[in-house]
Design a protein around this ligand. Structure first.
Ligand SMILES: CC(C)(COP(=O)([O-])OP(=O)([O-])OC[C@H]1O[C@@H](n2cnc3c(N)ncnc32)[C@H](O)[C@@H]1OP(=O)([O-])[O-])[C@@H](O)C(=O)NCCC(=O)NCCSC(=O)C[C@@](C)(O)CC(=O)[O-]
Ligand SMILES: NC(=O)C1=CN([C@@H]2O[C@H](COP(=O)(O)OP(=O)(O)OC[C@H]3O[C@@H](n4cnc5c(N)ncnc54)[C@H](OP(=O)(O)O)[C@@H]3O)[C@@H](O)[C@H]2O)C=CC1
Length: 420
């Protein structure tokens, strides 16, 4: 039987049934299943080795979004999020993208930029030329720091030098361009930059201060595209509404921030589930959204000649499969196994595709019925819990509030009193 992540009503199954499907889909072992169910899958002793001053752990729900078809391959996408309706919306939108060809992606390779800041140079442009004249030596010295990376086909590949004007006078900024293969690469490129500092000082006669990667990872971009048929969306009017929503976000930073938050609902959830650095991805995303000097939408939505919707998303996606917490957190390792990805680039493409679908889910709702019905219906259970409901009361109170169209704390409290 062909493996598919398109399972209608997946969300109506029990946790046990969902795990069984995933077990077959991703080839999970009994111990993987046990890990998913175990309370506190991250041992406190392991947590204590991951960060400092550990006193406990905070748990976030882990779900899988169904229906993803990316580059012709089926995926259940693991998502860690505290926000209701995010995983439902991603699954719903992924289903819509199947009306044509799913989501397709491409990338610019796993290439990071590390910055070396040099100050106190009288002739900054002369210093720039001197650094560039020593390009080969600088690259070789950087690569001596990480023979493993070089052996894997990565390592420092190039340098770029910029002279910038600052409040403290001109600065010479050297960019070391490094292919970090399957690592996010922060540690790898920071080590290289620190090792290069004395050489840069010798070449320029200046003083080096900062040696650190840039999270504006413009050489590590991922692009995702989808075409959604107008019929699947409910007609050309819905396509027009989504295009209008995009035009609003493109033109107005107040709207763009929320539009991009909708993208990051999907992106951050997969980044977190796979143990990657959420802050690095968020910093990169928002800096990229402001690269034209004005904060704008990360995605685009257009109508093609057939009246169908065309969506694209391009953003930096510096995620890894080795290093960071990906290889140390047991659930992150399992999330990678569920995805079945073998390279960091493949993971980056899935995350970006999820961001595009997530954005579609939100703007489709916003351009039609509004966000509240779908979102509040799923948020109702949280409100019921907040009001003090337990066990079966939770679903019962949520159901009544959704039916009445009044998902509110005061109503939940009233209903709880009645049920008691
Ligand atoms: C919530 C839905 C999907 C309901 O939508 P619906 O039309 O009522 O759903 P449906 O019953 O017709 O089901 C359609 C599909 O949705 C999925 N689905 C349906 N229900 C569930 C569920 N309980 N659990 C998991 N998956 C669910 C599932 O894949 C299902 O397919 P099926 O399995 O039936 O073949 C829809 O209203 C929606 O997509 N809304 C958008 C919600 C959203 O974007 N939430 C994000 C939080 S709001 C925010 O933070 C960002 C924002 C909005 O501000 C960004 C912005 O402004 O751009
Ligand atoms: N601004 C930011 O975003 C910053 C982020 N960070 C943090 O840095 C961490 C990520 O650093 P990162 O450099 O990725 O992690 P690591 O340094 O842990 O891992 C990278 C190293 O793994 C080795 N390696 C083994 N196999 C591979 C492979 N297939 N591909 C690539 N490298 C391989 C390499 O060499 P070798 O074996 O020689 O080590 C490489 O240098 C994250 O925790 C992040 O939060 C840190 C500072 C700043």
């Amino acid at each position: 039987m062909k493996k598919t992540s398109q399972i209608s009503g997946f969300y109506k199954l029990s946790i046990e049934e969902r795990i069984q499907i995933l077990k077959e889909f991703a080839g999970l072992e009994p111990e993987d299943v046990e890990l998913l169910k175990r309370p506190g899958a991250l041992p406190i002793e392991r947590a204590d080795k991951m960060v400092e001053n550990v006193i406990g752990k905070i748990e976030i729900p882990l779900g899988v979004a169904a229906n993803f078809l990316i580059n012709g391959r089926e995926y259940f996408v693991p998502m860690a999020t505290e926000e209701p309706s995010v995983i439902a919306a991603a699954s719903n939108a992924a289903k819509l993208t199947r009306s044509k060809n799913g989501i397709t992606t491409s990338n610019t390779g796993p290439v990071m930029i590390s910055q070396i800041q040099t100050v106190g140079v009288n002739d900054p442009f002369g210093a720039k030329m001197a650094i560039l004249e020593n390009r080969q030596e600088i690259i070789e010295q950087a690569n001596n720091q990480d023979p493993v990376l070089v052996k894997l086909g990565g390592g420092a590949k190039d340098i770029e030098v910029r002279v910038i004007d600052t409040k403290m006078g001109p600065m010479v900024i050297t960019h070391l361009i490094v292919d970090t293969r399957d690592a996010m690469g922060a540690n790898a490129v920071n080590t290289m930059a620190e090792a290069l500092a004395p050489t840069i000082e010798k070449i320029t006669g200046g003083r080096v201060y900062l040696r650190i990667l840039s999270n504006l990872a413009v050489k590590r971009l991922v692009r995702a595209k989808t075409v959604v048929s107008k019929e699947a969306l409910g007609g050309e009017e819905v396509v027009d509404g989504i295009v209008m929503a995009y035009a609003f976000a493109e033109a107005d930073p107040y709207r763009a921030a929320t539009h991009n938050k909708g993208i990051m609902n999907g992106v951050t959830a997969v980044v977190l589930a796979t143990g990657n650095d959420t802050r690095a991805i968020e910093a990169g995303a928002h800096a990229y959204a402001a690269r034209f000097g004005r904060y704008t939408s990360l995605s685009t939505w257009e109508k093609n000649k057939d009246g169908d919707l065309v969506g694209t998303l391009e953003m930096p996606m510096a995620v890894g499969l080795v290093g960071g917490a990906t290889a140390t957190h047991p659930i992150a390792k399992l999330a990678v196994k569920i995805l079945g990805v073998k390279t960091a680039v493949e993971l980056a493409e899935i995350i970006t595709a999820t961001g595009l679908a997530q954005n579609l889910g939100a703007v489709r709702a916003l351009a039609t019925e509004g966000i509240q019905r779908g979102h509040m219906a799923l948020h109702a259970r949280n409100i019921a819990i907040n009001a003090g409901a337990v066990g079966e009361q939770i679903d019962r109170i949520a159901e009544i509030m959704v039916k009445e169209g009044k998902v509110k704390m005061d109503r939940a409290l009233e209903l709880l009193k009645q049920l008691k």
